[in-house]
Design a binder for this molecule. Structure first.
Ligand code: PEP
Ligand code: MG
Length: 896
C-alpha cells in the first residue's frame, strides 16, 4: 500500500488522498515553481492510524525512504549535528480547516544540531555581529520547537511555556521577544526542557527521527481534536475523511533583512478587483504574522525591498491564475533573497467577489459561461440580495461573532424577551442581546429585528431559530460581557445599556455601536428592473446579469412563486417567476373577512351557511381577478382552503375568560356563548392532523364549491377582458384517491356550468404532502392533472416533526449531535422525504404520462433542494418571490 507521495508524484486532483495543501504543493512542484522539497503522507494512512491507534504496516519504511530522498535533494541529513536538515510537519485535510489542526516546525533540532544550524545561518561569516544573529536565530528556532512539540505532541499546557517566556522578558526588562539575545534564548531552552520533562515525565527527545514520528502521529490525532470536530460539524465536513501530513524542508524567513514572509492574493478576495493584494513582513516567520507581533506592510512594498523576488512572485501569481483559472491565495517565504512558494489554493472570497471574478474570467476568455455558473451559487446570490450596511471610517466593529443568519439589523438593545416584546409593541426596533437563547426567548426573537448572542456558533439555538425565521443573527460574539440584571454589556472598553442602539451584520458577524446606515441591495434593484444592465458600470451587477442570463438559457426546471396577493405576484414576475405555484387562499379569509368565516362556522342550517358562502364568493372572485390579471398568460395554482377552521376563531382560553367576565357583569352573552360552544366543539389536540385540507371540503358542504366557482368565474371574467388566465385548482392534504375523486366530481360540474362555452381551461390537481399520497401516487394520478409536492407537510408527517415547534424546541441539539447537518425543513432530506417525492413522481408519471410535477414547499427556494428536484425530473419549483432569482440560478447550475 502506498502511503507516502513525493511532491513530484501528486497533483491537484488528489485532494481526497493528499489533502488540499499536499495536492496543491504537488501541483506547484510539477509546474516548476520553487516549492521546498517534501512529501505527503496520505489521508488513508491517517484513517488507518485512527482506526487502530497504530501506524499502518509499511508506513515507517516508506517515510524513511522518502526522507532519504529528501535528504539527498537538500544535501543535508535530518538533524545532522554539523549541517542539519530541518522539516516542518503540517496537517492538510481535503477541506481547509483553518487553525483547527496541528503543525510542528523546526523538527530535527536538538542540543547538538542547534549549533550546526547556527553555523549554517551565519553562512560561514566570520564577523561576530552576523554570528551573534545566527546564534540567536538557532536558539530561537530550538525554543520554538520545544514549545510547539510540547504543546501539540505531548499536551504540555501552552501557558507553562508562555510564563517562562514572560519571565525571561521580565528579567531582561523588556516586553519585546526581539530583545532576547542568544544567551537569553539558550537559558529559555533550558527552562523549556525542564517544563517539558516535568509535564511529560521524560526528556525532550533528541533523536530527530523520533521527533518526526511523534509529530506525524500528533497531526493524525489532531483530526479528532475537539475544536476540529466542532468545526467540521458546523461546516458540514464529513467526519471520516482524515488529514494528510506534509513533511517539508524548512526554509526561513527570519534570517535577516533579506528574508521575510508573506501572503498574496491574485485578486482582491473582498471585492474581486484586479490588482496586487497581500501583506509582507520582513525578517519573520509565518507564525509572527499570525501573532501580529509586528505590523505587516502591503505587498507592493516588496518591490522596493527586494525587486527580484517581487517580480518573480508576480510572475508566479500570474502563472498560478492561468493554471487554476481562478483567484489563488499564496503563502511564500524569502530566505536570503531566494523566493519559496509554501502554499497555494483557490482562495476563499466574498459573495460579491465570487460574481465579479467569474465575470472577469469570462471577459478574459479564461472560462466559459457554463464554468462561470459553477463558480457562484444561490447562497451567495441570496447574500447579495440583503440590504447592506454603508460603512465608512466612522464605523469600526467592536466585536466579531459568527454570521449566523444574514441581514443588516439596527435597533435598541434589550436583554429579555419580555422587554423585546414590550418595546417592539411601541413601534421600536430592538436587538435582543442574550448570552445564548432558549425556547423561552421565542417571542422576543419574533419581536426583534435581530439577535445577538455571546455564545454558540452556527448551530446554536439562536442561529437555528433565527435562520428559520429569516431574521438577522450574530452568534458567539464572545467579546461581549453581558450582565442581564444590570441590563448592560461591555465590549472593547464600551458599556452598552438597554435602549442604546447597535447595528449587527448577520453576514460578516460584525457588531457596531450606534446606527449604521443601511443601503438597499444593488442586485435587488437590478432584479426590480431599476438598473439597466447594459449601461451600468457596477461590475457586480454586470456579472450578476451575465451569469443569470446564462442560467436562463440552461435551466430545464421552471420557477414559479408562492404568492397570494397581486403585489407579491407582480414582484415575483419582475424577479423572473413563470407562474404561481401556490396561492394559499386562507390568507384571503383574514382581516374583515374573518367575521364571514365565523358566520359560516356558526351556521345552524343550510340557509345560514349558504348566506355566509354567498357573501364570501364575490370577495374571493375579486381576489382571483386581480391575480389572474397580474399573471396574464402564466399558470396560477390556487389551493383550496387548507387550515383547520378554528384558526379563524378566537382562542379558546381568551374566549372562555371573556364570556365568564361578561356573565359576571350580567351582560347578554348569547352570541359569545354560541361561539364558545363552537370553539369547544372544534377544539383538536393535534390540529395539523385533524380537520383540514380536503377533509374540510368533504365535511363542510359548499365551501370548496364556493371557491371553485369564484376561481372559474374570475377566469371567465378575465378572459372576457382579453386577459389569458390559466387557473389550476389544487386540493390540499389528499391521502387517498377517493378523496380527490369526490372533490373533483363536484368541481367539474361547477366548471362546466360556469366556463362551458368559453375557452377557459381549468386544471384540477392535488398536493402530495401526506406520505400515503406519495406511496399511492399511481392511483392518485388517475384523478389529478398535476401534482405539487408540499414538502413542508411531507417533512412534518414523514419525520413526525411538528413544523411549528421543533426548531425552537430541540433542533439545535440534533444539529449539534450531527443527526442531520441542516434542518430538514430548510433543505430536503433526500434519503427519506426526497425518496417519497421520487417514488410519487415515478409512479405518478407511469400512471399518467406527462403529469405535471412541481414543488411548493419551502424547499423550492433552497439551493441544494433545487438540484435534487432537477435530478428527479420535476417540471418546476415554486418559492417565495424573494427567492425566485436564487432558484433560477440554481436551476441553471443544476443543468450544467
Ligand atoms: C407544504 O405543506 O409544503 C405546503 C406548501 O403547504 P403549507 O405550507 O401551506 O402547509
Ligand atoms: Mg401543507
Amino acid at each position: 500500500h502506498k502511503y507516502v507521495y513525493d511532491f513530484a508524484e501528486g497533483n491537484r486532483d488528489l485532494k481526497d488522498l493528499l489533502g488540499g495543501k499536499g495536492a496543491n504543493l504537488a501541483e506547484m512542484t510539477n509546474l516548476g515553481l520553487p516549492v521546498p522539497p517534501g512529501f505527503t503522507i496520505t489521508t488513508e494512512a491517517c484513517k488507518a492510524y485512527l482506526a487502530t491507534g497504530e501506524e499502518p504496516a509499511g508506513l515507517a519504511d516508506q517515510v524513511a525512504a522518502h526522507l532519504t530522498a529528501l535528504e539527498q535533494a537538500m544535501g543535508r541529513r535530518l538533524g545532522d549535528p554539523a549541517d542539519p536538515l530541518l522539516v516542518s510537519v503540517r496537517s492538510g485535510a481535503k477541506f481547509s480547516m483553518p487553525g483547527m489542526m496541528e503543525t510542528v516546525l523546526n523538527v530535527g533540532l536538538n542540543d547538538r544540531s542547534v549549533e550546526g544550524l547556527a553555523r549554517q545561518a551565519s553562512g560561514g561569516a566570520a564577523d561576530s555581529a552576523a554570528s551573534g544573529g545566527a546564534d540567536r536565530f538557532a536558539w530561537d528556532s530550538y525554543r520554538r520547537l520545544i514549545q510547539m512539540f510540547g504543546k501539540t505532541v505531548c499536551e504540555v499546557p501552552g501557558e507553562a511555556f508562555e510564563h517562562a517566556l514572560d519571565e525571561a522578558k521580565r528579567t531582561k526588562g523588556t516586553t519585546n521577544d526581539l530583545d532576547l539575545d542568544a544567551a537569553d534564548l539558550r537559558g529559555l531552552v533550558d527552562a523549556y526542557k525542564k517544563i517539558f520533562s516535568e509535564h511529560t515525565g521524560r526528556e525532550f527527545p533528541q533523536d530527530p527521527r523520533e521527533q518526526l514520528d511523534l509529530a506525524i502521529r500528533a497531526v493524525f490525532e489532531s483530526w479528532n481534536a475537539e475544536r476540529a470536530v466542532v468545526y467540521r460539524r458546523q461546516e458540514r465536513i464529513p467526519a471520516d475523511l482524515g488529514t494528510a501530513v506534509n513533511v517539508v524542508a524548512m526554509v526561513f524567513g527570519n534570517l535577516g533583512p533579506d528574508s521575510g514572509t508573506g501572503v498574496a492574493f491574485t485578486r482582491d478576495p473582498a471585492s474581486g478587483a484586479q490588482g496586487i493584494y497581500g501583506d509582507y513582513l520582513a525578517n519573520a516567520q509565518g507564525e509572527d504574522v499570525v501573532a501580529g507581533i509586528r505590523n505587516t506592510v502591503p505587498l507592493q512594498e516588496l518591490e522596493r525591498i527586494d525587486k527580484a523576488s517581487y517580480d518573480e512572485l508576480l510572475d508566479y501569481m500570474a502563472r498560478l491564475e492561468r493554471h487554476y483559472l481562478d483567484l489563488c491565495d499564496i503563502e511564500f517565504t524569502i530566505e536570503r533573497g531566494k523566493l519559496w512558494m509554501l502554499q497555494t489554493r483557490v482562495g476563499k472570497r466574498t459573495a460579491a467577489a465570487a460574481f465579479v471574478i467569474a465575470g472577469q474570467l469570462i471577459d478574459e476568455g479564461l472560462i466559459d459561461l457554463d464554468e462561470a455558473l459553477h463558480r457562484v451559487n444561490g447562497a451567495q446570490l441570496a447574500q447579495l440580495m440583503f440590504p447592506r450596511f454603508q460603512l465608512d471610517h466612522e464605523f469600526q466593529p467592536v466585536a466579531a461573532g459568527v454570521g449566523a443568519s444574514p441581514g443588516a439589523a439596527v435597533g435598541k438593545v434589550v436583554f429579555t424577551s419580555a422587554r423585546a416584546v414590550e418595546l417592539a409593541g411601541q413601534g421600536e426596533n430592538v436587538i435582543l442581546v442574550r448570552r445564548e437563547t432558549n425556547p423561552d426567548d421565542l417571542n422576543g426573537m419574533i419581536a426583534a429585528q435581530g439577535i445577538l448572542t455571546s455564545r454558540g456558533g452556527k448551530t446554536s439555538h439562536a442561529a437555528v431559530v433565527a435562520r428559520g425565521m429569516g431574521k438577522t443573527c450574530v452568534s458567539g460574539a464572545d467579546e461581549l460581557d453581558i450582565t442581564v440584571p444590570q441590563r448592560r454589556f461591555t465590549v472593547a472598553g464600551h458599556t452598552v445599556h438597554e435602549g442604546d442602539v447597535v447595528s449587527i451584520d448577520g453576514t460578516t458577524g460584525k457588531v457596531y455601536l450606534g446606527e449604521v446606515p443601511v443601503m438597499p441591495s444593488e442586485v435587488v434593484r437590478y432584479f426590480e428592473g431599476e438598473l439597466d444592465p447594459e449601461t451600468i458600470d457596477d461590475p457586480l451587477v454586470r456579472a450578476v446579469h451575465r451569469i443569470m442570463s446564462h442560467a436562463e438559457t440552461r435551466r430545464r426546471l421552471a420557477v414559479r412563486t408562492n404568492a397570494d396577493t397581486a403585489a407579491d405576484a407582480a414582484r415575483a414576475r419582475r424577479f423572473g417567476a413563470e407562474g404561481i405555484g401556490l396561492c394559499r387562499t386562507e390568507h384571503m379569509f383574514l382581516g374583515d373577512r374573518r367575521e364571514l368565516v365565523e358566520r359560516l362556522i356558526l351556521a345552524r342550517d343550510a340557509t345560514e351557511r349558504n348566506d355566509a358562502l354567498a357573501a364570501l364568493l364575490p370577495l374571493q372572485r375579486a381576489d382571483f381577478v386581480e391575480i389572474f390579471r397580474e399573471m396574464d398568460g402564466q399558470p396560477v395554482t390556487v389551493r383550496l382552503i387548507d387550515p383547520p377552521l378554528h384558526e379563524f376563531l378566537p382562542p379558546l382560553e381568551q374566549l372562555a375568560v371573556d364570556v365568564a367576565v361578561a356573565q359576571e357583569r350580567g351582560e347578554d352573552v348569547a352570541t359569545e356563548e354560541a361561539l364558545l360552544a363552537a370553539v369547544r366543539r372544534m377544539h383538536e389536540e393535534n390540529p395539523m392532523l385533524g380537520l383540514r385540507g380536503v377533509r374540510l371540503g368533504l365535511v363542510i358542504p359548499g365551501l370548496f364549491a364556493m371557491q371553485v366557482r369564484a376561481i372559474t368565474e374570475a377566469a371567465v371574467e378575465c378572459a372576457r377582458q382579453g386577459v389569458h388566465p390559466r387557473p389550476e385548482i389544487m386540493v390540499p392534504l389528499v391521502g387517498a384517491v377517493q378523496e380527490l375523486e369526490t372533490v373533483r366530481a363536484e368541481a367539474e360540474k361547477i366548471i362546466a356550468e360556469v366556463a362551458g362555452g368559453s375557452d377557459v381551461e381549468v386544471l384540477i390537481g392535488t398536493m402530495i404532502e401526506v406520505p400515503r399520497a406519495a406511496l399511492t401516487a399511481g392511483q392518485i394520478a388517475e384523478a389529478a392533472e398535476f401534482f405539487s409536492f408540499g414538502t413542508n407537510d411531507l417533512t412534518q408527517m414523514g419525520w413526525g416533526f411538528s413544523r411549528d415547534d421543533v426548531e425552537g424546541a430541540f433542533f439545535w441539539r440534533y444539529l449539534e449531535l450531527g443527526i442531520f447537518g441542516i434542518s430538514p425543513f430548510e433543505s430536503i432530506d433526500a434519503d427519506g422525504i426526497g425518496r417519497l417525492v421520487r417514488i410519487a413522481a415515478e409512479e405518478g408519471r407511469a400512471a399518467r404520462p406527462g403529469l405535471k410535477l412541481g414543488v411548493c414547499g419551502e424547499h423550492g427556494g433552497d439551493p441544494d433542494s433545487v438540484h435534487f428536484f432537477h435530478s428527479i425530473g420535476l417540471d418546476y419549483v415554486s418559492c417565495s418571490p424573494f427567492r425566485v432569482p436564487v432558484a433560477r440560478l440554481e436551476a441553471g447550475r443544476a443543468a450544467v
